[in-house]
Design a binder for this molecule. Structure first.
Ligand SMILES: *Cc1c(COP(=O)(O)O)cnc(C)c1O
Length: 374
């Protein structure tokens, strides 16, 4: 959602952070490794309308995505390079995806038949990447650990209705030993099913963590999502978070010790307190898991979320922040002054990965782009 009308809160996307991250990652990878920029979930909530032009300026030639709607948005930005779908698609989605030139992710021998059937019906060859279950992220991919699987995979690669341009896999864990072992199995198994001598079939399995930490996982091409948006510490602190989630204090009230202020009398104030009402709630993606655990920044200092998050509002304790006033900027995610609410902070409060939250914030709140990029 991109809007300019006043709202309870909004998401700020820093174009300069994204271009910085692309340049930094490319320098780390060197010129030999292909770079697929992943923009699924509307660019992890950052907005394809904002992110795709930055990727175009950075001359990236390959974009990874999930839905056809995302493909339409990427093409609408003027991108004429290659598109790779990073999950298996159903028959109708594959059929509709032909108009965008999407290269399909083959998630098994039977799925290969579905994609090939669409190609035959349309009288075209569909470019495809054959997923191998080398890393034991077994949700999709051909099992090629025994000869029967190798035979089936070779059959898919030889299918004349498909133009197989890639063999791929996907790691289950951000763990160095796990990635090293999976990359070695993928190396062996991909050689068993494909001729990898001339580069016509690109081999790829690494995402942000593997690509930036373990060069032996890079093969011909890496698929980078989180790194674009600065949601990784795989390169120490050298990538920059691109999203800030911002609101303003709507109202402040003072309460005596012992008061309850939210639903179900869930929380009773232990001391006299000044509480600020922030006009966002779980309907805006401020998940109820943050009730009593999350923090925000006001006037460059941390303030704790008090009581349960409601549908459209929540309260924070600003007793220690005199003189916080209505209209003060409130940062739920990202930096304010010298302080920042980091992905690690929200993961601790939320009890789950940060992407689970920021993907929702980006899709539910109005987005504003900042920074010149280039
Ligand atoms: C999401 C995804 C990626 C990108 O992963 P990051 O960890 O965000 O870099 C790459 N490949 C596949 C198949 C994916 O689903």
């Amino acid at each position: 959602m991109t809007a300019s009308t006043p709202a309870g809160g909004w998401v700020e996307i820093d174009r300069d952070a994204i271009s910085h991250n692309v340049r930094t990652i490319r320098a780390e990878l060197g010129p030999e490794v292909g770079f697929c920029a992943v923009v699924k979930a509307d660019a992890y909530g950052h907005g394809i309308d904002i992110v795709a032009p930055v990727l175009g300026e950075q001359k990236l030639g390959l974009i990874g995505l999930a839905s056809n709607e995302e493909a339409a948005a990427v093409r609408a930005s003027g991108f004429t390079g290659r598109l790779l779908r990073v999950r298996p698609a159903g028959r109708d989605e594959v059929d509709d995806g032909i108009r965008f030139g999407i290269e399909e992710w083959i998630g098994g021998a039977e799925h290969a038949g579905i994609v090939a059937g669409v190609a035959a019906a349309r009288g075209v060859r569909i470019r495809a990447h054959v997923s191998l279950n080398s890393t034991e992220l077994g949700r999709d991919g051909l099992e090629v650990g025994e000869p029967r699987g190798v035979h089936a995979a070779r059959g898919v690669l030889a299918d004349p209705r498909l133009d197989v341009v890639g063999v791929c896999s996907h790691f289950p864990c951000e763990d160095e030993d796990d990635v090293i072992a999976g990359a070695a199995r993928f190396d062996e198994q991909s050689r068993a099913v494909a001729d990898v001598s001339d580069g016509a079939v690109a081999r790829h399995c690494a995402t942000t963590f593997a690509a930036l930490r373990l060069p032996q996982s890079r093969f011909d091409l890496v698929r980078i999502g989180a790194g674009l948006y600065g949601d990784t510490d795989a390169l120490g602190g050298s990538l920059r978070p691109a999203m800030r989630v911002v609101s303003r204090i709507a109202a402040i009230n003072s309460y005596p010790r012992g008061s309850t202020v939210g639903y179900d009398r869930w929380h009773r104030l232990e001391a006299d307190a000044r509480l600020a009402l922030i006009p966002l709630g779980y309907a805006d993606g401020v998940h109820r898991s943050l009730s009593g655990t999350g923090e925000v920044l006001i006037r460059g200092r941390r303030a704790r979320i008090v009581d349960r998050i409601a549908m459209n509002s929540f309260l924070v304790d600003v007793s220690h922040l005199d003189p916080a006033t209505p209209g003060d900027e409130v940062v739920l995610f990202g930096a304010q002054g010298d302080e920042a609410i980091t992905a690690a902070d929200v993961e601790r409060a939320h009890g789950n990965i940060a992407a689970d939250l920021y993907v929702a914030w980006g899709r539910l709140l109005p987005r504003r782009a900042v920074g010149a990029s280039g």
